[in-house]
Design a protein around this ligand. Sequence first.
Ligand SMILES: NC(=O)C1=CN([C@@H]2O[C@H](COP(=O)(O)OP(=O)(O)OC[C@H]3O[C@@H](n4cnc5c(N)ncnc54)[C@H](O)[C@@H]3O)[C@@H](O)[C@H]2O)C=CC1
Ligand SMILES: O=C(CO)COP(=O)(O)O
Ligand code: NI
Length: 404
Amino acid sequence: MNRMLEELVLLAGQCQCGHRHYDIPIERIVIGRDAFRQLVAYLRHKRYERVALVADERTFAAARESLCDELENESIHYTVCLVQPDENGDVIADERSIVQVLLETPNNADVLIAVGAGTIHDITRFSSCKMKIPFISVPTAPSVDGFTSMGAPLIIRGMKQTIQVQAPIAVFAHTDVLHRAPRAMIAAGFGDMAAKYTSLADWQFAHWMADEPYCPLVHQLTEQSLKTCVDHIDDIANGSEQGIRVLMDALLQSGIAMLLMGQSYSASGAEHHLSHYWEMEFLRRNKRQVLHGAKVGVSTPIVIEHYQRLLLPLLNGLEKRSESVHEEIWGRFKANAAAIRMQLESLPSPSRVRAMLEKVGEAALPEQLGIDPPLVERSLQEAHRLRPNRFTMLYFLNEWILEK
Ligand SMILES: NC(=O)C1=CN([C@@H]2O[C@H](COP(=O)(O)OP(=O)(O)OC[C@H]3O[C@@H](n4cnc5c(N)ncnc54)[C@H](O)[C@@H]3O)[C@@H](O)[C@H]2O)C=CC1
Ligand SMILES: O=C(CO)COP(=O)(O)O
Ligand code: NI
């Protein structure tokens, strides 16, 4: 794994895309049965004496025995902050959780350790950055690609917004812990990767249409992570050791791809915006949350269907510019029409994506997650507004083609 890290640092250093890539602050990535022993050796090497663990009740239970034994054997002093769930039993990366971590972390802590999945990482990532100390990642489930990124998607006053803060300085993933994670979380990890079909297409589109910063290397790294997951779908579906490892490698690599851009362009397109919209609506309705990867998994074929249904006819009638579309925007669309068509036609069919999701034990349709058709419809019309500076195909359709 560290070879992968070294290669990425080298590749990023040599990249000719013209954008300044963010430095990768991650010094070590360990995925294995001795991850916690190596974590303790790393803490010693860094001379960290005051360590603050951030977890929730479930994630702490998943890692406690092996992790705390190692820390205690080496007499490393640690405190534990167990982030409290909300009224529905969900731990949310919001103001309340952040304040709890800030209150319960000793002022002289040297480092925070996120012991959990996506939510605990985002709370820890944000809190540690504000405390001006580093954080270390201990993933308890291969459920998202956010462990190695620098963005923290937070719910602030009910709105899901992503704030760029910091990446971890090291990742220690214990394979036994990951292996014992609920199957739904492993399936969700696959869902977050399947979402890259549309996030990459949207990113490429935004670059063509609105000069959004773009890097072929970051695109390629993300695409490669997606491909490896698809190639090993049987292993992931079986939850085999090999499958978990492949999935975790892919999630970490996709996270580093985001980190290189300092933004989630490569990993989050309209399918993520739909998911964020649903998440905010569930919070408003006081409904139990649905896993992020499950939501972006089901939204991916919806977005593919939507794009192919609405954009292909536009591409077939390029001479008929509707009055509503700005001349320059239409000009760009026309100039890139062949590439956009190829992009749309190379996406897998919605039924193929749904079959993949079903294979890993993931929901294929939003209804299976309690997301009703009117909510899906509304999100297709409004979710692009959550990220108004991303020129996704959904943004293009809603702002220039459909609403006017
Ligand atoms: N920073 C970034 O770039 C990214 C951030 N995210 C964010 O991550 C969040 C979602 O994270 P998820 O990992 O999907 O869910 P999560 O972190 O909210 O965890 C879901 C539930 O699973 C439990 N859990 C975790 N590990 C467990 C284990 N080993 N055994 C039993 N229970 C366990 C947790 O306690 C929690 O109740 C979203 O807010 C999403 O926006 C997602 C992708 C990228
Ligand atoms: O979930 C993510 C990538 O998988 C991050 O996306 P956002 O930047 O939209 O929060
Ligand atoms: Ni995601």
